[in-house]
Write a protein that binds this ligand. Structure first.
Ligand SMILES: C[S@@+](CC[C@H](N)C(=O)[O-])C[C@H]1O[C@@H](n2cnc3c(N)ncnc32)[C@H](O)[C@@H]1O
Length: 364
């Protein structure tokens, strides 16, 4: 049970009892959550109370509450107007004073999140978009996929560390998504700093839990080799903007790599709550304990966002031994579309019962 709690992390509350399901190795590889008792329909399995790391896309910052993710549009407003004064409140807007104060107490420790937002915006403003393609710092893009190994990849990062350790290295231009990735990484670094400061001997148990998530680094770079250069540029940018107390976390690339390796395949989009089917993605979050649900095209669990919490609820009765799965894609899509999306973004070929049936493959 203690190891399941470690896997589930500090962000979770499991109901009705944590023994109703457990984490074990699946037949198709990796781990998954399986029912250890019969679980009725509409059971709340777990609530992930708040994300380990999060970012609201810059273009939605004034429209989405930085604490509870309420979307102004849903309250018939264009933007939120409550802020924390000065640099320490930079880049975050709130729907209520209560949300502002809760955020300040929980996430803006020593004003670091706001100060970092200000530094990121300032450096981003000073950057000029290059006329040609961005500078390539690694050779991986020119390699054959089979030559992209842990070793070649480690070498590219070692080279990046050496390059950025030289005084006065130039910062490369980052696009909007890369800058949002910087902000996402900053939120994780601030969280780890705060937790380690609170209990210097014990360290951060939620960071330890995060490290247990599936590491998709090599699969990601093999499928999108240009992302390694992007990640390296992001790391260089972070080293330039980092507040002195946070610098130890980026002196080597270890922490940034660890988060990026788990960002892909494990994070959840923050969607607006529109019921009209035109829901918009407002940012993304990493909820450690929610990342153990595997995918099925006929899922028995649905995830629901309630403010900044993610709740996982059964959608039918689940028998003992059955795996508890959500769907990562739109279950209304055709089989080819679903499988293509799963392969591109989660790096696996779906072999669920529904895919087999729709593809006309005999089971067994
Ligand atoms: C969010 S994680 C789920 C937990 C993961 N299995 C683990 O061991 O940590 C997503 C990853 O799990 C694997 N996965 C999820 N659903 C799967 C399925 N239906 N078939 C094969 N692999 C699956 C894929 O590797 C995917 O990238």
């Amino acid at each position: 049970m203690s190891s399941l709690l470690l896997h589930l992390g500090q962000d979770s509350k499991a109901t009705p009892s944590i023994s109703a399901f457990h984490l074990k190795t699946t037949v198709y590889g990796g781990r998954g959550l399986f029912a250890t008792e019969r679980i009725p329909n509409n059971t709340l399995l777990v609530t992930c109370e708040s994300p380990y790391a999060t970012v609201i896309f810059k273009k939605f910052r004034k429209e989405v509450c930085g604490h509870c993710f309420a979307y102004a549009f849903e309250s018939h407003r264009n933007t939120w107007s409550i802020k924390i004064d000065g640099q320490e409140g930079n880049g975050v807007w709130f729907c209520t004073v209560e949300c502002r104060d809760a955020w300040a107490a929980g996430q803006n420790v020593e004003g670091l999140q706001g100060l970092m937002n200000a530094s990121v915006d300032k450096l981003a403003k000073s950057m000029k978009q290059p006329k040609g393609p961005s500078r390539t710092t690694s050779l991986i893009e020119t390699m054959r996929v089979e030559d992209i190994t842990v070793d070649t990849h480690d070498l590219a990062w070692k080279h990046a560390e050496e390059m950025y350790a030289r005084p006065g290295y130039p910062t490369d231009f980052l696009d909007e998504l890369e800058l949002d990735t910087v902000r996402f990484l900053v939120s994780a670094i601030v969280k780890r700093y705060f937790e380690e400061k609170k209990s210097p001997d014990a360290g951060s148990s939620s960071w330890t839990a995060l490290l247990q998530l599936q590491n998709n680094e090599i699969l990601h770079i093999r499928s999108k080799p240009h992302m390694l250069d992007s990640h390296i540029r992001i790391y260089g940018f972070l080293r330039k903007v980092m507040h002195p107390v946070l610098l130890p976390y980026v002196k080597t690339c270890e922490m940034v790599r660890a988060i990026l390796a788990r960002d892909t395949g494990n994070v959840f989009g923050i969607w607006d709550m529109s019921t009209k089917g035109d829901s918009e993605m407002l940012g993304w979050s990493m909820y450690v304990s929610g990342s153990y649900f595997n995918h099925d095209c006929s899922p028995n669990v649905v995830k629901k966002r309630v403010q900044k919490s993610l709740c996982f609820i059964t959608t039918r009765d689940v028998e003992i031994g059955e795996e508890l799965c959500i769907s990562y894609v739109d279950v209304e899509d055709r089989v080819a579309v679903r499988r293509d999306e799963l392969s591109r973004n989660w790096y696996f070929d779906c072999i669920c019962k529904r895919c087999h049936e729709e593809l006309g493959i005999a089971n067994g």
